[in-house]
Ligand binder design. Structure first.
Ligand code: GTP
Ligand code: MG
Length: 438
């Protein structure tokens, strides 16, 4: 069966190879992405959310000069996937000043034992006092494997070969290793068992008795859509807090992780990139999505957007300072300002000592008014937004009704807009150093 990763890549490459990009091709891309995600068992709500965000942004966002609509759609798809995986690179989030117990769970052969060793080594290199407990009583040689992997690291491994009860092993291990000064405990659990049910029961009991600070699910990047079901089963036994995605070096960069994330709401923390003990990477969502979607130089594309948008902002600011702005830009400007903090605070920072007349009304209560004004703008035609002079009383009536506000509200917005324009024009005549935007 085709993996989610392959399906997504196919959808993207079909889109990028189309000669025209219009609403139809965008909708087609969204449909293809939806279909792929659903086949990949990503839950419906999440699929809906991603596709709605992509559609909305693709239709609404301005394309900066020098960039194509195709570039823009790719960027949006990329950003929405990154958002899903956690925008920031993963953080370790393991405290240094208290005991911390991390339990690793996962299906047999996915790489639990290997990943425990990698994580232990990684933590040691980061100056944590770390120890490992082997609580896998099923796999023959499981503890030997762990001991061997860590042989050269001087990381203590607790094992109790006579003991068959993993809970007892962990309890004793915590005690013994604590005495040796260990603060961070990594528990390796069984992956093979009599049956799936008995395995889950064991994990459930460990969760109940040990109450680890973090349960990390190990997933093989190659397993594709079953990942969701695996994650669900483990999540029900012990709430999954993070994911270690293994075999990124050999798999088709599986999208199964997306399903697992959807089910558990946990984020990927680490990637395994080989069999050696230092083949471990802290997870970086942007790199992962780039690989998953088969996007070549996505970093380069994002950078080109960033520069072009900066340029657009600069031009917009300059136009505003010249008093050239539309009604829509006026409201957007107020919204941007609001993001920067309350108006009064912002105004007090501006170097505007003896300026003729700040249109006080435009700013007073603006925060309350902006919502109304936004609604007013939305019920205007494009023509009306660009040229307020065409707003006669019948148009005003229609707009007010559409926005659910009074006609007075509409008139006030127009008045404030004109005042602001006049104001900016008067500011323009002042010495340059007094301009707020330079
Ligand atoms: N290429 C590659 N191989 C890996 C990676 N992680 C684990 N492996 C290999 O996968 C195989 C299984 O790994 P284990 O760590 O034994 O898996 P496990 O989950 O502990 O398995 P059980 O103990 O049987 O439940 C081993 O051959 C590992 O070397 C990885 O990131 N890349
Ligand atoms: Mg193992």
């Amino acid at each position: 069966m085709t993996s989610l990763g392959e399906l997504l890549k196919k959808a993207i490459s079909k889109f990028t190879s189309s000669t025209v990009v219009d609403e139809k091709t965008i909708n087609e891309l969204i449909r293809d992405l939806q279909r792929s995600l659903l086949i990949g068992d990503v839950n419906v709500e999440l699929v809906q959310k991603i596709s709605e965000n992509v559609r909305k942004r693709a239709l609404e966002e301005k394309i900066p000069p020098g960039l194509s609509r195709k570039d823009q759609v790719i960027k949006i798809v990329y950003e929405e996937f990154v958002k899903l995986l956690g925008e920031e690179p993963a953080k370790l989030q393991i405290p240094r000043d208290r005991r911390y117990v991390l339990m690793m769970v996962g299906i047999q052969g996915f790489g639990k034992t290997t990943s425990i060793a990698k994580l232990a080594y990684y933590l040691k290199k980061n100056d944590y006092s770390v120890g490992v407990i082997c609580a896998d009583t099923y796999r023959p040689g499981a503890c030997d494997q762990l001991t061997q992997l860590l042989a050269e690291t001087k990381i203590p491994v607790y094992r109790s070969d006579g003991e068959k009860d993993p809970i007892n092993i962990v309890k004793k291990g915590l005690e013994k290793l604590s005495q040796e000064g260990v603060k961070v405990f990594l528990i390796d659990t069984a992956g093979r068992h009599k049956s799936q049910e008995t395995l889950m029961e064991e994990i459930r009991m460990l969760q109940k008795e040990i109450k680890p600070d973090e349960v990390m699910l190990v997933l093989d990047a190659g397993i594709g859509q079953q990942a969701g079901a695996h994650a669900k089963a483990f999540h029900e036994a012990a709430p999954i807090g993070s994911i270690f995605l293994t075999k990124m070096d050999t798999s088709a960069k599986g999208g199964g992780a997306l399903s697992a994330i959807a089910v558990t709401k946990a984020k990927i923390k680490f990637l395994g990139t080989g069999e050696k003990i230092d083949d471990i990477e802290l997870f970086n969502p942007s790199g992962y999505v780039g690989r998953l979607l088969g996007l070549g130089d996505i970093e380069g594309l994002i950078e080109r957007f960033r520069l072009a948008e900066l340029e657009m902002d600069k031009e917009r600011m300059e136009a505003i300072v010249r008093g050239e702005f539309t009604l829509e830009q006026f409201v957007k400007q107020l919204k941007d300002l609001r993001k920067a903090g309350p108006f009064s605070k912002l105004l007090s920072k501006l170097p505007l000592p003896n300026i003729p007349q700040i249109p006080d009304e435009a700013l007073k209560d603006a925060e309350k008014k902006i919502k109304k004004w936004d609604a007013i703008i939305s019920s205007m035609t494009t023509e009306e937004r660009v040229d307020t002079h065409i707003l006669n009383s019948s148009r005003i009536k229609r707009i007010a009704r559409g926005a659910g506000v009074s006609e007075r509200d509409v008139k006030e917005l127009i008045k404030q807009y004109r005042l602001a324009k006049k104001f900016m024009k008067s500011v323009k005549r002042l010495p340059k150093k007094m301009l707020p935007y330079t």
